[in-house]
Structures are given as C-alpha cells and as structure tokens.
Write a protein that binds this ligand. Structure first.
Ligand SMILES: [Zn+2]
Length: 236
C-alpha cells in the first residue's frame, strides 16, 4: 500500500506485521524565494576569512528574508531541525594547501544527503574566497532508491577524480567543468559574487505536523481493531 501524507510518500508492506517506510514525494516540493541580506553576507564573509572552516544554520521568515543565523567552528555540520531552510559552511582562503573556490566531492555528497535523501535543509550555501554557492539536489527529477544512493556517491567521486586528473584544480576550467558536470547529474547550483544580490529559489523542507484530527483517527482505528479483536475472541 502506498499513500501520500504531508510531503512524504509512505509505502507499507506485509500482511501479518505491516512495516512502513517513506520517501519524499517527488511532485510536492514547494519552492520559496530567499534573500540573504548584505549585512549577513558581510558577517559570514568575516568567518570565511578566518584560517579555519565555520558552519551554521540560517532560518528564513515568511517574506524569504533571513530571520536568524548561527555559526560555529568546524567542518561537521550542525543537524537542522524543522524550520531551518538553509545551512552553510565556509572555505578559508588557503590557496597553498587547498583549492577553496569550488565545492569538494565531500561537499557534494553531503548536499545530496542533506537536501534530497534526508531533506533536512532546502539548500546548502558555501562561502568561498571568491564565490557564494547555493546548492541543492533536484529530488524532483531523481527516483530515489538505495542503489541510487550509492550510485550517486560513486558517480560524484568518479567525476571528481576524472576531472582532477585532466585539469589543474586551481584553474577556472576545472571549476566550471566540475560545476557543469554536477548540474548534469541533478544538482542545482547557483553562484554569486560577493558584490551581487544573493537571491534564489530554494526548496523548502517538510515539517511533520500532527494535528488533533490525526490523533483522533489513530485512536478510532486502535479502538475499532481492539473491538473487532474482542468480538472475534468471544466467538471462537
Ligand atoms: Zn567545503
């Protein structure tokens, strides 16, 4: 049995013990126009210029403007609970040991996971020395399954290795080819310069809301099954 509840598609299998699991509904992803105001960009840019990575969450209000944002030191992304449409991390300006102006393959695997398979955030932002990227994986066009999950991760690594062997990773040709190839496999990537207005359409995240009506329906179902079980027990 399959049914859609909220923004999730539930699949239930089995006769004796029913097991249910869900996937995201492919049609039902709502988009929202978001704008990161200049004052927030400037503050995050200060973090980006530090010699270590920072990361944080950004909540957006009804009008698509930044409501609150957080920051902390480190590479491990803070988990987003509901209401957190965006999160971000920074790339320090270390051109000696790193290639900071493009997303890494680890970044892309994280983004696939966070914006599609787990749908924890709508989009992920990366603040590099030259660019601001807003990236999400287009779940709409991608049929999700366990094999795809591993397939996509492998594909990202493979792409990265091939391109890194053919181009100088510090070059503009590596950066543009890498971004274009990622777009072909389903990533939506917008890039901005620091002087540009950072405004884009982001998918929103599903919020699981349980209202009193749902609780009542569940209660009625439980009571009915208890009643039926009782009646059957009496008859036998
Ligand atoms: Zn990164």
């Amino acid at each position: 049995m399959n049914f859609i509840y909220g923004q999730r598609e539930w699949h239930c299998r089995g006769s004796k013990y029913t097991r249910c699991f869900f996937s995201n509904t492919l049609q039902n992803i709502k988009m929202k126009k978001v704008h990161i105001k200049q004052s927030v960009i400037s503050e995050i840019r200060k973090l980006q210029r530090l010699p270590h990575e920072s990361n944080g969450k950004i909540t957006i209000d009804e009008d698509g403007e930044v409501d609150k944002w957080t920051h902390r030191k480190g590479q491990t992304m803070e988990a987003c609970t509901s209401g957190c449409i965006l999160n971000y991390h920074t790339h320090p300006p270390d051109y000696e040991n790193l290639y900071p102006d493009h997303p890494s393959s680890t970044d892309m695997k994280y983004i696939y996971h966070a914006t599609c398979s787990r749908r924890e955030v709508g989009s992920h932002l990366i603040f590099t020395p030259k660019y601001i990227y807003a990236i999400n994986f287009s779940c709409k066009t991608y049929k999700r399954s366990f094999s795809n999950f591993w397939g996509l991760r492998r594909k990202i690594d493979q792409l990265f290795e091939e391109l890194a062997a053919a181009h100088d990773r510090a070059s503009e040709s590596f950066r543009t080819t890498w971004l274009n190839e990622l777009r072909l496999i389903g990533f939506v990537i917008r890039e901005f310069r620091y002087t540009e207005r950072v405004e884009f359409e982001s998918p929103t995240v599903p919020t699981l809301t349980i209202n009193t009506q749902d609780i009542l329906i569940v209660l009625v179902l439980i009571l009915t099954s208890l009643y039926v079980a009782n009646v059957l027990a009496v008859r036998t």
